[in-house]
Design a protein around this ligand. Structure first.
Ligand SMILES: NC(=O)c1ccc[n+]([C@@H]2O[C@H](COP(=O)([O-])OP(=O)(O)OC[C@H]3O[C@@H](n4cnc5c(N)ncnc54)[C@H](OP(=O)(O)O)[C@@H]3O)[C@@H](O)[C@H]2O)c1
Length: 332
C-alpha cells in the first residue's frame, strides 16, 4: 500500500509518499481501508520531532514513522475477538491517542475497535475524518471527560463543568478544529456563545450559531466582555492570562494548549483552571455521531489534499488561520 512516512524530523518536505506493507491486525483490531485522513496539530508536532514539548519530556522517536491519528474509512477485516463491527462498515476514529502509533496517513490502518465508531450517515468520509480529535477534545473538556487520567501538565483530573442553558461561554480560536466544535457543543447545551477569531471567519462562525463574535485583530475580549462563566482557550500562549478578567468570580478557564496562570492570581479572582489531554474513545464518538446525524453538529472543512500531497497540507497548516479541518483524501 501507499503511506506517508518520514525518516527524520523536519519541515513538511520530510513527508514522503512510499510503498509499505499493509498492516496486520492483532486482537481487538480491525483493518480499515482509509478513505480520508484528518490533519491535526500532533501530526506536525511529531514531524518536527516533538520540539513543542520541553526537552526533558520529549519522547525518543524511532524512524521511519507514519504520522496521523484521525481517519474515516471502510472495514476490510475484523479480528475474531471483535464484536460490533463487520466487513463493509463505514467507521471513523482517533487511533491510539495519546501516542504516536495511529499511523493513519496510509491506504490501510490496523485500528483498535475500541477507538472506532460507525461513521455518521449524513456526513461523508472527508468530514468524518476531520472530526475525531477536534470533537473529542471539545467533548472531553466540556461534556464528559470519559476517563480518570490526570492531565500530564497539572497532575489533576479534570471535571467538566456542566453547561446549562443561559450560561455564557467564550471560545478563543473559535474557527479552528477544536474551537468550532466547542462553539457548537456549547450552543447545543443552550449556552450564549462568544466566539473569538480573526474577522475572516465571521460568516462561518455565524453559521455555526455564535451569538457574538470578537475579531481579535481589532478588539481585545477583555475590553468588551466580562461576567463570562466559562472560557475555553484553544490558542494559549504566554499572554493567555488576559482572558482571566473576562470571567466572573467562580468561573472556569479551560486552556487547551500550554498556558501558564499564576495560582495566586486565579485564587484571588476565584477562577478554576483545568485542562486535559484528549484520549481515544470510540463509545464517545458513537454518542457524538448521533449529534451529527441529528444535524446538531457539522464539520468545517478548511481544505483537502490527496494523501500524496501531505506535505502541502502541512505547509497549509503552518500558514495558520485554519477554518475547521484540513483533510487528506485517500479514496476519491
Ligand atoms: N489538550 C489537548 O488534548 C489538545 C487536543 C487537541 C488540540 N490541542 C491543542 O489545541 C490547539 C488548537 O488545536 P486546533 O486543532 O483547534 O488548531 P487549529 O485548527 O489550527 O485552530 C487554531 C485556531 O486559532 C485561531 N487563532 C490563532 N491565533 C489566534 C489568536 N491570537 N486569537 C484567537 N484565535 C486565534 C486560528 O485562526 P484565526 O487566527 O484566523 O482566528 C485557528 O482557527 C493546538 O495547539 C493543539 O495542539 C490540545
Amino acid at each position: 500500500m501507499k503511506a506517508i512516512r518520514f525518516h527524520e524530523a523536519g519541515g513538511p518536505e520530510v513527508l514522503q509518499y512510499e510503498e509499505v506493507p499493509v498492516p496486520e491486525i492483532g486482537p481487538g483490531e480491525v483493518l480499515v481501508r482509509v478513505h480520508a485522513v484528518g490533519v491535526n496539530p500532533p501530526d506536525w508536532y511529531l514531524r518536527e520531532g516533538m520540539k513543542v514539548m520541553p526537552a526533558e519530556m520529549r519522547p525518543a522517536l524511532e524512524f521511519p514513522l507514519i504520522p496521523g491519528t484521525d481517519m474515516s474509512g471502510v472495514v476490510e477485516a475484523v479480528a475474531p475477538d471483535v464484536s460490533g463491527f463487520t466487513v463493509g462498515d463505514e467507521v471513523f476514529g482517533m487511533l491510539r491517542f495519546p501516542g504516536f502509533e495511529g499511523r493513519t496517513y496510509a491506504e490501510y490502518v490496523a485500528a483498535p475497535a475500541s477507538d472506532l465508531a460507525h461513521k455518521p450517515a449524513v456526513i461523508d468520509h472527508v468530514q468524518a475524518a476531520g472530526a475525531p480529535m477536534a470533537v473529542l477534545t471539545a467533548w472531553q473538556y466540556l461534556i464528559d471527560l470519559g476517563h480518570d487520567v490526570p492531565s500530564p501538565f497539572t497532575g489533576q483530573v479534570h471535571q467538566p463543568v456542566p453547561i446549562t442553558p443561559g450560561m455564557t461561554v467564550l471560545v478563543n480560536g473559535a474557527a479552528g478544529g477544536v474551537g468550532h466544535f466547542a462553539l457548537q457543543l456549547a450552543k447545543w447545551k443552550g449556552a450564549h456563545v462568544i466566539a473569538v477569531a480573526s474577522g475572516r471567519h465571521e460568516q462561518f462562525l455565524h453559521k455555526l450559531g455564535a451569538d457574538e463574535i470578537i475579531d481579535y485583530t481589532t478588539t481585545q475580549a477583555a475590553d468588551v466582555v466580562s461576567g463570562v462563566d466559562l472560557v475555553i482557550d484553544t490558542v494559549g500562549g504566554p499572554d493567555s492570562r488576559r482572558f482571566l478578567t473576562v470571567l466572573k468570580r467562580g468561573g472556569t478557564m479551560l486552556p487547551v494548549f500550554f498556558a501558564q496562570y499564576d495560582p495566586k492570581e486565579t485564587a484571588r479572582l476565584g477562577i478554576t483552571v483545568s485542562n486535559i489531554q484528549v484520549r481515544s474513545n470510540g463509545p464517545q464518538l458513537a454518542e457524538i455521531a448521533r449529534l451529527f446525524d441529528e444535524g446538531k453538529l457539522q464539520v468545517g472543512v478548511d481544505s483537502t489534499y490527496s494523501l500524496s500531497e501531505a506535505g502541502s497540507a502541512h505547509a497549509r497548516a503552518a500558514q495558520g488561520h485554519i477554518q475547521g479541518k484540513i483533510v487528506l483524501t485517500v479514496v476519491s
